[in-house]
Design a protein around this ligand. Structure first.
Ligand code: ADP
Length: 495
């Protein structure tokens, strides 16, 4: 059996990983993804620059594994979900692509709700998700309202992973995991005509491509794409899935009865069910997973993004060091539990928050600052604020188990897993391998080409356990106090 390539293009970092037939991660590579946040409420990126990064990633990962790209036997693609790329019939972007964090649809949504106060609850009852402004349908509706002449020239409005697949294979399509959160129908794992109508998109439904199973073959690398990437022409490419479903699958979280925390650019906590779960009502997100599972999740829109911001603004002297995050957490660890009374509310976003409450106006901030505080207190407060907000989200899911699976870039930190174990009193499992989104995408590709019989078999190939961090009971009281302070500050800020 050949090598399988998994691609996972996040909002801040694009990653590639190469796997052998035992799903051993042979090599990984990463390249930054730039978002243009210069206009308040708009978050856009250059889809052609992402393509160029993917070309570089394929070369990088092949070099790291000591093979040529032509040795790759199958490809799975995952990327940041929803938002979208408006393309012409040759899959060329007609305007900058829109990231899921984009908030340009806010006033349009307010207009819909003014006309129909039950609209948001109807959306939740269909998709299992509170509506985010950056979802496919609101973004397309906002573009249709503000840039009708560009939309009139469009052939399709596709998600990033689908744009990349179309570029590699010439085949344009969508997958069930993204159609269902569009918002669509979680139960039917598909788009919903009622949701299209709610956003006035009936006349533009033709821009949304056919929905396929994530684990199907979605096309084959074209000679043109082969010439650019060094891949073999004809290499099968799976339909793929959004980055959350792929990360859940890749991290072993598809299996029921465990909590999975994904601490990436965005942070998310949830668990899988064999049926769609719509509780708690009007809160959180429901991700349709490949293989008839659903992942009930609570999201803090900003996860490690808070740390990237802290590094860039509060610890600029460390940014150029060899291992900036290791230096950053050394500095943060100089501050005691509770960050000497400073709390950080980790709602660093242009679009507010959707949990623990829905508040488009919420923003990040420090609270409790006094003249005595030093930079290490602020840094520790950033780590703690993210950890406290994640644990609050875990509580909202009603999870009562005693083990948490922690994945995402933040799981590479030494400080965060320990904090989460100490705050929750639960064991935190960490896994070998770096790229679980890419791993999930690769698993989809292996099912697509018949190397694995189905998604359940793919999900059974859980990644190897790297370490388990057990709670240190001696820290419990100090964290409980710090968490209380955090919650008081949050209460004051969010009302
Ligand atoms: P994405 O959610 O965009 O797919 P990842 O899950 O790969 O991204 O996470 C990338 C983020 O991980 C980076 O933005 C960085 O802030 C964070 N990160 C990487 N290494 C560490 C570390 N050692 N400690 C804390 N955070 C880290």
């Amino acid at each position: 059996m050949g090598l399988t390539l998994g691609l996972d293009v996040g909002s801040s970092v694009a990653k590639a990983a190469l796997y052998d037939s035992d799903m051993v991660e042979l090599a990984t590579a990463a390249r930054p993804v730039l978002q243009d946040r210069s206009r308040a409420g708009h978050v856009e990126y250059d889809a052609l620059a992402v393509q160029a990064s993917v070309v570089a990633l394929i070369a990088d990962v092949a070099v790291h594994a000591g093979v040529t790209p032509a040795a790759i036997g199958a490809i799975g693609i995952s990327a940041a979900m929803v938002g979208g790329v408006l393309v012409d019939s040759a899959n060329r972007p007609l305007r900058p692509a829109i990231n899921w964090e984009d908030a340009r649809a806010q006033s349009l949504i307010e207009g819909i709700v003014a006309q129909d106060p039950s609209a948001l609850s109807r959306i939740f009852r269909s998709s299992g998700c509170v509506l985010q402004q950056g979802c496919t349908l609101p973004v397309l509706a906002a573009l249709a309202a503000t840039e009708p002449e560009v939309v009139a020239r469009a052939h399709a409005f596709v998600s990033l992973k689908d744009h990349l697949r179309a570029w590699l294979t010439g085949d344009i399509g969508a997958d069930k995991t993204e159609a269902a959160v569009g918002p669509g129908s979680a139960e039917r794992r598909d788009r919903s005509p009622a949701m299209l109508e709610l956003f006035g998109l009936g006349p533009l439904a033709h821009l949304l491509p056919t929905v396929e199973e994530s684990e199907a073959v979605g096309g084959h690398v074209t000679p043109a794409a082969a010439a650019i990437t060094g891949l073999r022409a004809g290499t099968p490419v799976a339909v793929g899935a959004g980055d959350v479903p792929c990360s859940v699958l890749g991290a072993g979280g598809w299996n029921t009865g465990r909590a999975t925390m994904i601490l990436g650019t965005t942070a998310m906590v949830g668990q899988s069910f064999a049926q769609p779960v719509f509780e708690p009502q009007d809160l959180g997100l429901l991700f349709t997973l490949p293989g008839k599972r659903w992942f009930r999740a609570m999201v803090n829109v900003a996860g490690t993004m808070n740390l990237d911001w802290a590094l860039a603004t509060l610890a600029q002297d460390l940014a150029a060091s060899a291992d900036p995050f290791a230096r950053l957490e050394e500095r943060a660890a100089q501050s005691p539990i509770g960050a000497a009374g400073v709390s950080f509310l980790p709602y660093l976003s242009d679009s507010g928050i959707i949990a623990p409450v829905i508040d488009p106006e919420a923003r990040a901030g420090f609270a409790g600052l006094a003249p005595r505080h030093r930079s290490q207190d602020l840094l520790r407060a950033v780590y703690e604020g993210v950890a406290f907000s994640l644990v609050d989200l875990l509580d909202l899911t009603g999870f009562s188990g005693d083990r948490i699976r922690l994945v995402g870039g933040g799981a590479r930190s030494a400080l965060w897993p320990r904090m989460i174990a100490d705050i929750t009193g639960k064991a935190v499992d960490l896994f070998d391998g770096r790229e679980f989104g890419a791993r999930g995408a690769a698993l989809l590709a292996r099912v697509a080409v018949g190397e694995l019989p189905d998604i359940a078999s793919a999900a059974a190939l859980v990644p190897p356990l790297r370490a388990t961090v057990l709670p240190d009971r001696s820290c419990e009281a100090a964290y409980a106090l710090a968490r209380q302070t955090f919650r008081q500050h949050r209460q004051r800020m969010l009302g």
